[in-house]
Ligand binder design. Structure first.
Ligand code: MEV
Length: 320
């Protein structure tokens, strides 16, 4: 007899990449942070229908788990947990999924939704061993492969651990290190409103890397060095240097062709308004950019400039 909870809920945050996106796929270090005010949520309740349903009104989804194909991300999240728990017959439950994180915008919505489903179902089944950050991250990674193709593992890690992380993709085990933020970093996050596929952006970078390996190795190395220097600057509380490194990182991302006119416009607007630094965040080609600001006055000016430059939504997050 399997024991389980009556109603179970779990959430997972969105994320931003501060340094090193794309280069991280090729083993260079990167830095990411959770956005705790934007969350995905999974709620599990009993279903009297003798079936396991996945219901996601925001995504227009109301499906029986058994009807969903193997490459369905929501189904795979649930099946990962059932498989890990050696449960062949899915329980009679409804898994409700909702999310405040915009889709295809570089904020890790896919990873957060998967992590919330995995954590909620593991909790429902009272499997503490499947609820550890390490396990939630590993199971989420399997779902990320559907979204990304060749994910580095940074998104699933930051949403599962929900803390700022230093991440290096490597074998046999990724390097995952929390680090100290000596002086709080205030980021304004602005959305271009342009939706973009991580899988396509990552695939394009791969194509260019294969066509011009020497040039792209140089670009990835430069991004890796920036991430390394940025970690030291964050740990030393050198906010001005952190900003400069962000802007430098953006220039390398432009060379990778993952920026876009909309992202460049928002980055330029933030810098012109006095931001300490600005860059795209995530896979690029659309989605969000981040700008580092030092105080209330700078934040107000940067937000106004981003709004004027066409940002579709703007939020502030403080990394401590
Ligand atoms: C996406 O948030 C970050 C990328 O580097 C892809 C990945 O690391 O899997 C673009």
């Amino acid at each position: 007899m399997i024991e389980f909870n009556a109603v179970t809920e779990a959430t997972a945050p969105g994320k931003i990449i501060l340094f090193g996106e794309h280069a991280v796929v090729y083993g260079r270090p990167a830095i990411a942070a959770p956005i705790s005010q934007l969350r995905a949520k999974a709620t599990i309740t009993y279903s009297s229908s003798n079936n396991c349903y996945i219901v996601a009104p925001d995504l227009n989804r109301h499906d029986r788990l058994q009807d969903l194909p193997p490459d369905d991300a929501l189904a795979l999240a649930a099946r990962q947990v059932l498989d890990a728990a050696h449960i062949a017959q899915p329980p009679d439950v409804t898994i409700y999924v909702s999310s405040q994180i915009p889709i295809a915008s570089g904020m890790g919505s896919g990873a957060a939704i998967a992590a919330a489903i995995i954590r909620a179902l593991a909790k429902h089944l009272r499997r503490a061993d499947l609820q550890t950050n390490e396990m939630v991250s590993a199971l989420t990674y399997e779902v990320e492969k559907i979204h990304h193709g060749t994910p580095s593992g940074i998104d699933n890690t930051v949403v599962a651990y929900e803390q700022p992380i230093w991440f290096v993709r490597q074998s046999p085990q990724n390097q995952i290190e929390p680090f100290t933020v000596a002086t709080p970093l205030r980021f304004v996050v602005a959305d271009t409103g342009v939706r973009s596929s991580t899988k396509v952006a990552v695939g394009d970078v791969r194509g260019q890397y294969e066509a011009q390996p020497a040039q792209f190795t140089e670009i990835f190395d430069a991004c890796g060095r920036i991430a390394q220097t940025a970690r030291a600057a964050i740990e030393a509380g050198d906010v001005v240097q952190v900003g400069q490194l962000m802007t430098e990182n953006h220039a390398w991302l432009q060379q990778m062709t993952v920026s876009s006119p909309e992202l460049d416009r928002l980055v330029a607007a933030a810098l012109n308004a006095g931001a300490l630094g600005a860059k795209l965040s995530g896979a690029g080609r659309g989605g969000n950019m981040i700008a580092l600001v030092a105080n209330d006055e700078m934040e107000t000016a940067v937000r106004a400039a981003l709004h004027q430059a066409g940002a579709k939504s703007i939020l502030t997050t403080i990394l401590t």
